[in-house]
Design a binder for this molecule. Sequence first.
Ligand code: CUA
Length: 323
Amino acid sequence: MKEATIQLPRQMSTLAEGIDNMYYFIFWVSVFFFVAIMGVALWCIVKYRASKHPHATPPGHHDVLELFWTFAPLILLIPMFHYGFKGYVRAMVAPEEAIEVRVRGKQWAWDFYYPGDTEPSPSELVVPVSHPVKMNMSSQDVLHSFFIPEFRVKRDVIPGMYTSVWFEALETTSKYDAKENKVLGEPLDLFCTEYCGTSHSQMLAKVHVVSDADYKAFINGKDRAPEGKPLAEVGAELFKKNACNTCHTTDGAVLVGPSLKGLFGKTEQTSAGAVKVDENYIRESILKPQEKIVQGFAGKTMPAFVLKDWKIDALIEYIKSLK
Ligand code: CUA
């Protein structure tokens, strides 16, 4: 793996080196011609200034020179096109043995579905080292963009169609901790790089690269509830992980949806009449948010969540604790 330079972050995927070489080639060619052309222009300004040469004497036409500067750039442009196109094709076509992870972008979070999953794992992508991984991406609402700088992959995530990227990570960043049932380490950042609404800047996720064995252990353990932890605490973590906090505050302020402070036990006026906020109402509001919309929030669309029962239990406990 190559360290970061002033211009580019660490090279953490097999695609990175070729992309960077191409980038630097184009960059230095541009620097060379910028300096050369500006240099000649400045030299001409001084040498042929009006006080010394009051009358213009145009040099006329020079066929050899014209042909030279028409065709000489081809020598640079042909390799740029050749290696650029080759690199593009390589980055677009995933190897057949790639693990396929479905990615769903939504305002304002990333959901990941590992092979066979029906329930998403939000905000944290775990991938094995030295194995190609393909992201099959779609959007639930508006245009987003999937960007992991260290892997040099970036592609729009578009409503109504699928796009994909693939990468093969060069080094592990993290380890799976079986006791905590968590992946810990120094993950890479995944950004959304398309302005997609008020909380766009919070549409972030972490990317953990782990060993093959750790990846298998993570896949086996990811749907288990953590043991020996208060349920409300588990709920608080899920609240952040599922990006609930990008729309709902816990301090009484209104962001997009209603605040959850002191919500439990309250009676709310909703689109389906007065409702007492209890376990069943919260459960329904997570799974089918459009059923009973609190007055004043019509037109604010909360996405429906698919969550295992233990996760819903934990979220309810957390909301109960927000007195
Ligand atoms: Cu999604 Cu910005």
